[in-house]
Design a binder for this molecule. Structure first.
Ligand code: F6R
Length: 603
C-alpha cells in the first residue's frame, strides 16, 4: 500500500527521501514521487513504475531543497500514471496520501471551479486546501480546516509553497509516525521508513494532526485540542531490514522460522504451563469465540478453530474481516472476539474490530506489530514475536500466529477444565519440539527447489488436506498463486469429488498434505481418485505415510513425524518452499508480486 515520508532536514533531502522510499517498496507500489521546498519554491518529480525510474529522473532533473515529502503509490482511484502519482499539488501546496478519501466525489462537486489533473481522490485534498489558502488562511489553519471536511481513512503530509520549515501531518485510519532527529524532523508511514534516520518516534493517534517544524511537533487531537503523545524509542532490531545474504526476503523469512517460532512459543510458556495475562483472558466466561482476519491470517484462524474446538470444546466462528463487518453477526456479551493481523493495520480487520468493540465481552488481537492500531484498540494484544516481515507473501508471521493461537487454545482448554496439568505440559512439550522439526523440514529445501520446475509450467495446481490440513491446503494455494501467478486452489480432500476433481488431468499437479493421522487412509483414498485421473500427486507425509502410500505418486516429500494436531505448523514449511521455488523458477518478483501490497490499509 501507499507509503509516506516527510523530512525537514539540515541537508539536501531528495536523496534521503529516495532512500526512505526504498524502505517503503516492500509495501507494494506502482509509482513514486517527491516534492521539496527550496527558498520557498515548491516543486516535484514523479515517475511511474519502479523507484529506479524516479532516481533516474532526479539524476537528469535534480530537485534541490532541505524540506520535502515523498510517496510510493499503490493505485486505487485511477491507474498507475504520472498524472495520478503523488505528490499532488497546486502552486501553493503539495500533498501525499495513504488511504481513501471516501467523499471525494462530493468534494469535487463542491470545488467546481478547480482544474483537475488526475483521477485521484487525493487531489481533492490539495484543491480544498488551496481553496482555504486562497481565502487567506495561513497554511496551518488551511490544512486543519481541510481535514475537517475529509471522510474515509487517510494518512496525509502537506508541504507548502513559501514554508521551508513546516510539514502538516495527519492520520485517520492509516498509520503515521513523527520522528525526531538531530536538528531534523521526520514523518513516515512506519518505523521502518524512518529506521536509519531516527528511532525516536511518536505514533499519531486516530484523528490526530501535527504541525511539524525543525523545532519539534505540535500535536492536536481530532477535536483540535493540543495533545500530548508519548515519544518512544524503537529497538534498533525492530527496524532493521536486510536480506541477510538470501536472494529474497521471503527466503530469509522462511529460514528464520525455527528461531522466531522458538521465540514466540517461549514467550507464552513457562514450566510446562501457558502464561498469558490470565486476568485479561477468561475463557470460562466465554460461550463463543469469534476469529476474524484477512488472507493468510484468516487461514491461521481456520486452523485454530480445530484446536479451540478439540482442546477447549469451545464453539468457534471464523470470518473474513471484509465480510464480517458488513454482516449482522449476533455478538453476545459472553463472546470473545479475536483479530489476527501481521501488520495490525489491515483496514478491514480494524473496521471489524471497531464493529464489535462494544458488543463482545473481550476483544483480543494477535499481531506482529505491537505499536499497530489493532494492537492499541484491543483489550489485550498478543504479539507473535516474528520480527519485521518484509516479503509480501506472509510466511514466518503465519507460523508464529499459529504458535500463539495454539497456546491460547491450550489456555482455554485448561481454564474450561478440559485438560489437566499433565496434559497441558504434554501439549506444550509437543509445541516446544516444533522449532527443531521445522529445521528438519527446511532440509527439504534442495529437493523442492529441484522439482518445482514442473510446477512452474503448470496452469493449475491443486492442494488438498483433511481436518486442520484443509486450511493449510488453502494457505499453500494462496502462497503459490500470489507469487507465481499460477491458478491454485486448496480443497478439503473429501470435497474434491463434489466438483474440483473435474479440473484434474495429467497436466495438473496436486499437492496432498497428509501427516499420518486418523484421517490418513481417507485422504489416501481421495489421492487415489486423483491419480486415477492422471493427476500428478506430490505427497507430503511422514516416513510411515510414505511407506504406506507412495505407489504411483509422482513425488513424495518425507516430513518429520509430528503429533497430528499441530501438523499444520510444520507442513506450512514445505508449502511455503513449494511456492517460493516455483516463483523463482518462473522468474517473478517474489518479494513484490504484481498488484499486491504488504499492508492493506484501504477497504
Ligand atoms: C498473503 C498475505 C495476505 C495477508 C493479509 C492480511 O501472503 O500476506 O493475505 O495475510 O493481507 O494482512 P495482515 O495479517 O497484515 O492483516
Amino acid at each position: 500500500m501507499c507509503g509516506i515520508i516527510g523530512v525537514l532536514g539540515d541537508r539536501e533531502v531528495a536523496p534521503i527521501l529516495v532512500e526512505a522510499l526504498k524502505r517503503l517498496e516492500y509495501r507494494g507500489y506502482d509509482s513514486t514521487g517527491i516534492a521539496t521546498v527550496q527558498n520557498g519554491i515548491l516543486d516535484r518529480r514523479r515517475a511511474v513504475g519502479k523507484l529506479v525510474n524516479l532516481s533516474d529522473l532526479l539524476m537528469h532533473d535534480p530537485l534541490p531543497g532541505k524540506s520535502g515529502i515523498g510517496h510510493t503509490r499503490w493505485a486505487t482511484h485511477g491507474g498507475p500514471s504520472e498524472a495520478n502519482a503523488h505528490p499532488h499539488r497546486t502552486g501553493r501546496v503539495a500533498v501525499v496520501h495513504n488511504g481513501i478519501i471516501e467523499n471525494f466525489r462530493e468534494l469535487r462537486m463542491r470545488l467546481n471551479g478547480a482544474t483537475w489533473e488526475s483521477e485521484t481522490d487525493t487531489e481533492t485534498v490539495v484543491q480544498l486546501c488551496a481553496n482555504y489558502l486562497d481565502q487567506g488562511l495561513p497554511p496551518r489553519e488551511a490544512a486543519a480546516e481541510t481535514l475537517k471536511h475529509l471522510k474515509g481513512a487517510f494518512a496525509l503530509a502537506f508541504l507548502f509553497q513559501g514554508e521551508d520549515d513546516l510539514i502538516v501531518a495527519a492520520r485517520t485510519g492509516s498509520p503515521l509516525v513523527v520522528g525526531y532527529g538531530q536538528g531534523e524532523m521526520y514523518v513516515g508511514s512506519d518505523a521502518i521508513t524512518l529506521a536509519p534516520l531516527t528511532n525516536m518516534l511518536t505514533y499519531l493517534e486516530e484523528g490526530d494532526y501535527a504541525f511539524v517544524t525543525r523545532a519539534g511537533a505540535e500535536i492536536y487531537d481530532h477535536a483540535g485540542r493540543r495533545a500530548n503523545r508519548d515519544m518512544q524509542r524503537i529497538e534498533a532490531q525492530k527496524a532493521r531490514i536486510d536480506k541477510g545474504g538470501y536472494r529474497h526476503f521471503m527466503a530469509k523469512e522462511i529460514f528464520e522460522q525455527p528461531t522466531v517460532l522458538a521465540r514466540c512459543l517461549g514467550h507464552y510458556t513457562r514450566g510446562g504451563r501457558v502464561v498469558i495475562h490470565e486476568g485479561e483472558v477468561d475463557f470460562t466466561q466465554t460461550d463463543r469465540l469469534t476469529l476474524v482476519a484477512c488472507g493468510t491470517a484468516y487461514y491461521a484462524c481456520l486452523v485454530a478453530k480445530y484446536w479451540f474446538e478439540k482442546l477447549a470444546v469451545l464453539p468457534v466462528d471464523v470470518d473474513i474481516a471484509s465480510e464480517f463487518r458488513y454482516r449482522a453477526p449476533p455478538i453476545s456479551k459472553r463472546s470473545t472476539a479475536l483479530f489476527v493481523s501481521q501488520s495490525g493495520e489491515t483496514a478491514d480487520t480494524l473496521a471489524a474490530l471497531r464493529h464489535v468493540r462494544d458488543k463482545a465481552a473481550t476483544v483480543l488481537s494477535v499481531v506482529n506489530v505491537s505499536e499497530s492500531t489493532i494492537a492499541r484498540e484491543s483489550d489485550l494484544a498478543l504479539p507473535i514475536k516474528a520480527g519485521i516481515e518484509v516479503g509480501v507473501a506472509s510466511t514466518k508471521a503465519f507460523v508464529c500466529q499459529l504458535g500463539v493461537l495454539a497456546n491460547l487454545a491450550i489456555l482455554a482448554a485448561r481454564q474450561r477444565g478440559q485438560i489437566g496439568a499433565a496434559q497441558e505440559a504434554e501439549l506444550i512439550r509437543i509445541l516446544q519440539g516444533l522449532p527443531a522439526l521445522t529445521s528438519q523440514a527446511l532440509a527439504l529445501d534442495d529437493t523442492i527447489r529441484r522439482h518445482t520446475g514442473t510446477l512452474a509450467r503448470a496452469q493449475t495446481v491443486l492442494f488438498m488436506g483433511r481436518g486442520a490440513m484443509f486450511p493449510l491446503a488453502r494457505e499453500g494455494a494462496l502462497k503459490l498463486k500470489e507469487i507465481s501467478y499460477i491458478n491454485a486452489e486448496g480443497h478439503a480432500s473429501g470435497e474434491l469429488k463434489h466438483g474440483p476433481i473435474a479440473l484434474v488431468d495429467k497436466t495438473v499437479p496436486v499437492v496432498v498434505l497428509a501427516p499420518r493421522d486418523g484421517l490418513f487412509d481417507k485422504t489416501v483414498s481421495n489421492m487415489q481418485e486423483v491419480m486415477a485421473r492422471e493427476g500428478r500427486v506430490w505427497l507430503l507425509t511422514d516416513r510411515d505415510g510414505a511407506k504406506q502410500a507412495s505407489d504411483g505418486v509422482w513425488k513424495v516429500l518425507t516430513m518429520p513425524v509430528i503429533e497430528p494436531l499441530f501438523a499444520p505448523i510444520l507442513y506450512a514449511i514445505p508449502a511455503q518452499l513449494i511456492a517460493y521455488y516455483t516463483a523463482v523458477h518462473k522468474g517473478t518478483d517474489v518479494d513484490r508480486p504484481r498488484n499486491l501490497a504488504k499492508s492493506v490499509t484501504v477497504e
